[in-house]
Design a binder for this molecule. Structure first.
Ligand code: SF4
Length: 228
């Protein structure tokens, strides 16, 4: 079977995130589904005021089928609390929905998704954003930034800055208008802003974890301050 991206697995009549999640369970848009346990789709309130986009599920997420439930997810939850964001108003997702890893003995070691995986999986992200209406989009780390903002965006250079969304996206037209019903009617996307920061796993890998954690919290605090 030729794996040509996620688009053909997205039912055009899917109105809700739950319907998308159900369809994503059967995605074969790239080879990552073969070794991973299951698709890990986004979770949270469809009416969330803040959407956080990470890289890909990790080992724990792959086993549980939920994003951000491993060590990096625990750290992110603490940072969200410290930044004053209401966890009940978040939607959490990843740029790539299957776990990419390398087997070393019995251990599954995380591997960063390649551009081909990011591109293959991007239609799910576009479909999620067509159904979400956040006030702020938080991009966590380089992979999510590449998926949404293109390969030239540097998180290190522009982290913590509020940017216009979708104007800052690589293909703003993908996010500028959103379907509103099954007849195919569309509306202009809501007035949303975007902020990039590091991935919580980068805090866990940092030489000075305290400083890295404070940086993450500072960026999330900017996102919290942008809520109307
Ligand atoms: S990583 Fe994305 S595109 Fe690839 S099989 Fe999984 S859901 Fe489909």
């Amino acid at each position: 079977m030729v794996e040509s991206g996620a688009q053909e697995f997205i039912p055009p009549e899917a109105d809700t995130i739950d319907e998308l999640r159900a369809a994503a369970a059967g995605c074969r848009g790239c080879e990552l589904y073969r070794d991973a346990s299951q698709t890990v789709f986004g979770r949270g309130d469809e009416h969330a005021r803040v959407v956080l986009v990470g890289e890909q599920p990790g080992d724990v997420e792959d086993q549980k089928g939920l994003p951000f439930v491993g060590p990096a997810g625990r750290l992110l939850r603490r940072a969200v609390d410290d930044a004053g964001l209401d966890p009940g108003q978040l939607y959490l997702t990843n740029a790539v929905k299957h776990f990419r890893f390398e087997l070393r003995g019995t251990r599954r070691i995380h591997q960063t998704p390649d551009r081909v995986h990011i591109t293959a999986c991007r239609p799910w992200l576009v479909a999620e954003f067509a159904r979400l209406r956040p006030e702020v989009v938080v991009v966590l780390g380089a992979t999510a930034a590449k998926a949404l903002l293109g390969p030239t965006f540097r998180v290190t250079r522009q982290r913590g800055e509020l940017l216009p969304w979708p104007a800052a996206a690589q293909h703003p037209e993908d996010f500028a208008r959103v379907p509103v019903d099954r007849t195919g009617a569309v509306a202009d996307a809501p007035d949303t802003r975007l902020l990039a920061t590091i991935h919580p796993s980068a805090v866990l890998r940092a030489d000075n974890q305290d400083v890295a954690y404070e940086g993450l919290v500072a960026d999330l605090t900017v996102a919290a301050g942008a809520l109307r």
